[in-house]
Design a protein around this ligand. Structure first.
Ligand code: NAD
Length: 455
């Protein structure tokens, strides 16, 4: 594909203001919703082929989120797009101030493979709602979904408005060489740095949705049975290949044994006695990922799971006890169905360990103490998270999703996606029927009064 030519055509389309009328944007979002509906069976089949995701998971964690995001944008777009009046200081007496959201132009969205559909289409919804044209690069590691996305997009948009560029590193690199007006990247911290470096050359603003090791703290006063079930759900959904999955558990020593018993029961309840034969259990994306994860099984004592199937690229939900920070499994984001359990006596130990490492994308706390809940939120920096739950903050259109520090830059979802893809243009409209002489250096009394007003 001739990438410079494609971006050039999108730029012309944008300059001709074809994406600007709100009515057109709304129509396109409706068209996108209809296209996703028409292609739903093909999308479900593609997600099944790439990741062995069940229909339940594919709908609740992929297609359903896309519908929700489109519905939310359709409902609120007129309000988001309206210029917003703001106050005007006394020094500017007579004028009015407002902020106009303005599309950037050509937006580039680069998506990963783990939720290959929603992590491509949810940002797209906001980018289109904001009035941009979009070049979308899905992940090459989920080739069936990448293909299916091409069909959906071709059904809803002309290529000058939204185009899909398929491929891996070469395609991504070629796209990043061109000047675009906004980049939203979702993927690893390592590639995030490459993207930001490339963006810097053109001074293109970026949102980076990255990863990291997200802690899950279980305090002695938590409802252990519920905590175990919600942690098992959060960790083993998509076989742990979730950016906001609990990476590891930090459990208070006095409840560790009870917690592990509940966790064992929860894993069995959710995935059955033989998860590798469970059609509802997701597999790993590639042989490389399978081998990396299988090696972690020796990093502690297996208390749950441990079974592997190299032909199907599957590892059963696995919990490792007796793990410490020096183990290989504790060095980088796990991104798979292996859950190490660490033990603490005093919460300060947890603060110290978390604060010594890059700021995580997510953090989860299970505790019934309001005081502890407040303290953890205050003390630790993380992208977002839940108290007494896992993952669910990600599925709310009202909460911005994004990391902090090495786990990301910027955020999106709901109105945040719209504003992410909009420049906030400040406008001051001054009156012309009078002109305060004080503001000019020729005014004798001016400085004195201005000094007083600006204090
Ligand atoms: P990745 O960084 O390897 O790839 C992401 C995208 O970048 C793909 O489209 C890929 O083709 C492209 N890419 C790969 N190498 C590149 C290079 N050298 N130059 C330019 N582009 C390149 O990530 P992944 O393996 O697809 O996804 C896993 C990572 O993504 C995990 O770290 C996970 O935590 C993170 N993630 C974050 C979020 C979030 O919302 N913050 C969501 C999902 C995944």
């Amino acid at each position: 594909m001739d990438i410079p030519a494609l971006i050039g055509r999108q730029r012309v389309f944008f300059k001709e203001e074809r994406t600007r009328p709100l009515g057109e944007r709304l129509k396109r979002l409706q068209a996108l919703r209809e296209a996703v509906k028409r292609h739903e069976p093909a999308l479900l089949a593609a997600v099944q082929k790439d990741l062995h995701k069940s229909e339940f998971e594919a709908f609740t964690t992929e297609i359903g989120l896309v519908y929700k995001e489109i519905g939310h944008a359709l409902k609120h777009l007129r309000k988001w797009a309206k210029p917003k009046r703001v106050r005007t200081p006394l020094t500017h007496w007579g004028s009015k101030s407002y902020i106009v959201p303005e599309p950037y132009g050509v937006a580039l969205i680069i998506a990963p493979w783990n939720y290959p559909l929603q992590l491509a289409l949810v940002p797209l919804v906001g980018a289109v709602a904001a009035g941009n044209t979009v070049v979308l690069k899905p992940s090459e590691l989920a080739p069936h979904v990448s293909r299916a996305i091409c069909a959906v997009i071709a059904d809803a948009f002309e290529p000058e408005w939204v185009s899909v560029v398929e491929g891996g590193v070469e395609a991504s690199t070629a796209l990043l060489e061109e000047k675009t007006d906004y980049i939203l990247f979702t993927g690893s911290t390592h590639v995030g740095r490459i993207v930001m470096t490339a963006a810097a050359k053109h001074l293109t603003p970026v949102t980076l949705e990255l990863g990291g090791k997200s802690p899950c703290i279980v305090s002695g006063d938590a409802d252990l049975k519920l905590a175990a079930k919600r942690i098992a759900f959060g960790k083993f959904t998509n076989a742990g290949q979730t950016c906001v999955a609990p990476d590891y558990v930090y459990v208070q020593r006095e409840v560790k044994d009870a917690f592990l018993e509940h966790l064992t029961a929860a894993v069995k309840e959710l995935y059955g006695a033989d998860p590798l034969r469970n059609p509802g259990y997701t597999h790993l994306i590639s042989d490389r990922h399978y081998k990396r994860l299988a090696a972690f099984l020796n990093d502690g004592q297996v208390v749950i799971g441990g079974q592997t199937d190299s032909d199907q690229l599957a590892i059963a939900p696995t919990v490792l006890d007796h793990v410490d920070w020096s183990a290989p499994v504790m060095q980088d984001e796990i991104f798979g169905p292996v859950l190490p359990v660490l033990t603490y006596d005093r919460i300060e130990e947890v603060y110290e360990a978390v604060l010594a490492r890059p700021k995580p994308l997510a953090l989860y706390l299970f505790s019934s103490s309001r005081e502890l809940q407040q303290r953890v939120v205050e003390r630790l920096s993380f992208g977002g998270g839940c108290i007494n739950d896992t993952l669910m903050h990600f599925a709310s259109s009202y909460l911005p999703v994004g990391g902090v520090g090495e786990s990301g830059l910027g955020s999106y979802h709901g109105e945040n996606t719209f504003f992410t893809f909009s420049h906030q243009k400040s406008v001051l409209r001054q009156a012309t029927w009078f002109d305060i002489p004080l503001r000019y250096p020729t005014s004798k009394a001016g400085l004195k009064i201005i000094r007083r007003l600006m204090k």
